[in-house]
Design a protein around this ligand. Structure first.
Ligand code: KG4
Ligand code: ZN
Length: 345
């Protein structure tokens, strides 16, 4: 049996064709990174317009690359939460149209569950129950995941997401968007101990939340001086940029690793699954690998292409298919973070 998955929750338009044994027949991702680069972050209006243009060509390519016909599809799945409203809407309408015209079942995908499921796909074996850490441009949250479709929120950021902090600090350091990979590259030349930036909630094991706004402000003060707002004509020396990038990255990685360990301890779980764009960070991956050995847990993540937004992680829809969880044609989207397992309509 064949499933097509559609992902358009943020700034990637993606589709994949996946067989019921998990085999990926095709995967297509059209990234909008270039489109948003000059604004230093995703502009929702531009994102939805770009999805509009690309959604059908992306679906068409996924079908062609899989060497199948649309009529060979047995089910269609789409991300309907959480994400940008105008972006989600485009994917959901496309999926509903396919379901209706082809007369095949419609399945909804929770994007955060899918990010954790990417670790299951990469591992090629069961990783549940686990603690799921999702770190992306829009989210930084810890979940207790008893099952691929059963999520309980342990904590989340109370202000910026980790990826957002990477993007904003990159802009302060005059590095291009997306900030994460550029900060990582710059940090290789810097000293992670040059500055000790704040690590909010690190020493508070009962509190599973995150906060990155104080860290962002500390970087700003380091650059322009306390109380000053303007970055105009700021001259940043190469070494200062590298040292700030390395020290900032170190602070984010340290908080994420320690909070993940606290969540494992609190829930008694032995598996940690990390997904989302920031999971692509090499220093974070090394730290979690080291911690896993040292503290006796299993660390799972996914290859870079499955950490950032993609449709392959939509393979989670087969779990819903097997559980008989289908949607009606009046399926809606849910822009905000959904705390329960999945919105039921
Ligand atoms: O999951 P994703 O592709 O999209 C969202 O759902 O947000 O994540 C994008 C975020 C961006 O903020 C980007 O700066 C960050 O992931 N990112 C990284 C790295 N690669 C991407 N952050 C740190 N290190 C990286 N290597
Ligand atoms: Zn994402």
């Amino acid at each position: 049996m064949l499933l097509i998955t559609i992902e358009s929750s943020c700034d990637e338009t993606a589709a994949a064709v996946i067989r019921d044994d998990g085999e990926i027949l095709s995967e297509v991702v059209a990234s909008q990174a270039k489109l948003h680069a000059e604004y230093g972050g995703v502009v929702p209006e531009l994102a939805s317009r770009a999805h509009m243009e690309r959604i059908l060509p992306v679906i068409d390519q996924a079908v062609k690359r899989a060497n199948i016909k649309l009529t060979d599809l047995d089910a269609v799945a789409v991300t309907n939460c959480p994400g940008l409203a105008g972006s989600l809407l485009v994917g959901v309408v496309a999926a509903k149209t396919l379901a209706m015209t082809l007369g095949i079942p419609l399945i909804s995908i929770n994007h955060l569950q899918a990010h954790v499921y990417a670790c299951r796909i990469a591992a090629g074996r069961d990783v549940f129950p686990c603690v799921g850490l999702i770190v992306s441009g829009g989210h930084t949250s810890l979940y207790q995941c008893a099952h691929p479709l059963e999520f309980e929120l342990l904590g989340a950021t109370i202000d910026d997401a980790a990826g957002e902090a990477f993007d904003k600090v990159a802009a302060m350091l005059q590095l291009p968007y997306p900030g994460g990979p550029n900060i990582q590259r710059e940090a290789e030349k810097g000293n992670p101990k040059a500055f000790h930036f704040p690590r909010t909630f690190k020493n508070d094991p009962e509190n599973m939340n995150f906060s990155f706004s104080g860290l962002k402000t500390a970087v700003r003060y380091q650059l322009v001086g306390e109380g000053k707002q303007s970055f105009d004509d700021l001259q940043i020396s190469g070494q200062l940029r590298a040292d700030i990038a390395a020290s900032f990255q170190e602070a984010v990685v340290d908080v994420l690793a320690v909070k993940a360990r606290q969540a494992l301890k609190k829930t008694g779980m032995k598996n940690l699954c990390v997904g989302g764009g920031v999971a692509a960070n090499a220093v974070l991956r090394e730290r979690l690998e080291r911690d896993a050995k040292r503290f006796g847990y299993h660390f799972f993540t996914a290859p870079l292409r499955l950490c950032t937004d993609n449709a392959v992680m939509g393979a989670i829809a087969w779990e819903r298919f097997r559980a008989g969880e289908f949607e009606d044609l009046d399926l809606n989207f849910e822009a905000g973070v959904v705390r329960a397992s999945q919105p039921k309509r």
